[in-house]
Design a binder for this molecule. Sequence first.
Ligand SMILES: [Zn+2]
Length: 395
Amino acid sequence: MSTTVITGIGELATNDPARSDEGGLLGLVHDAAVVVEGSRVAWVGPAADAPAADVQVDAGGRAVIPGFVDSHSHLVFAGDRSAEFEARMTGQPYTAGGIRTTVARTRAATDEQLTSHVARLVAEMRAQGTTSVEIKSGYGLSVHDEARSLAVARQFTEDTTFLGAHVVPVEFQGGTTPEDYVDLVTGPMLAAAAPHARWIDVFCEEGAFDVDQARAILAAGSDSGLRGRLHANQLTYGGGVQLACELGLVAVDHCTFLSDLDVESLRDSRTIATLLPGVEFSTRQPYPDARRLLDAGVRVALASDCNPGSCFTSSMALCIALAVREMRMTPAEALHGATAMGAAALARDDVGVLAPGMVADLVLLDAPSYVHLAYRPGVPLVAGVWQAGRPVVPG
Ligand SMILES: [Zn+2]
């Protein structure tokens, strides 16, 4: 197996505090090297001690971080909602209803069109340092269209999420009731989706699905072998976060409107609060209070929520900059949230940390420190990406 040593790393963020003399969340090592063997990290430490390898890459004093783990995205869709964005920026509020516009476009697209669109977005993410991504369905909302959305997503990641319970589609409004749609989601749609999915998710929100419906959908998913996650407390206060904690879900996402009881429930659980600050940026809503969560001892991840309606960014660096500037996370907490905690939010123990045996997903920054991710917002700082040991963006 071929080995590569990346040496001359001015600052290496390992997310492994035991690896660092300096302590701290990120396990920083200065004047460091990483040896990659095949798809895995073989060695991490001071450059002066690095073993020889077949190929040597000189980082020239720049920083290396783990690849971003984006644990929340909606990449399978067709069309664009820039007109809705423009209207919102002109003063109209964001509601869950705009999702139905994308549903119509997605249903009309061919499998090939959906696949090439996801491929373009995944490449866009990779070029910005994202090496692991979760992809949800949720713009098909029929048995056929949810199953094929997940089959498309599966070509790009194992972390596919069935989100048939995104909104009640338009054909279920009027004559039938939302409960009829829940029956479809938990019955034939789940059966068709489950072979292509690892996770099940529900948009638990006013205008989408209530707590009782979410509970029933997550239970049905669990019976089909899917692990649960939840969109909750994005637009309003509600019972979604407490449901996620009660059920011991791996992650509950958004967490913008939280009562004291919600924060206590998160603190007393292992459930990760995944914050999606690109959404608040793109919908001009108040940001979640990350500081309140972190100070309470809640585990916090950051993700993009890349989707055509409420947040069409694929940039984890932007999410980090927003988390630092607008949500009072430290630069270290934000990077940790976008890497190690993103991995934890997907129950992945093979990515998000740079230590021997882990998947060799690394990003070389054109900067001396990871702090530049927040310090230089909007600047493309990714100078190289290795995904499973393979250079996918030339360093
Ligand atoms: Zn989402």
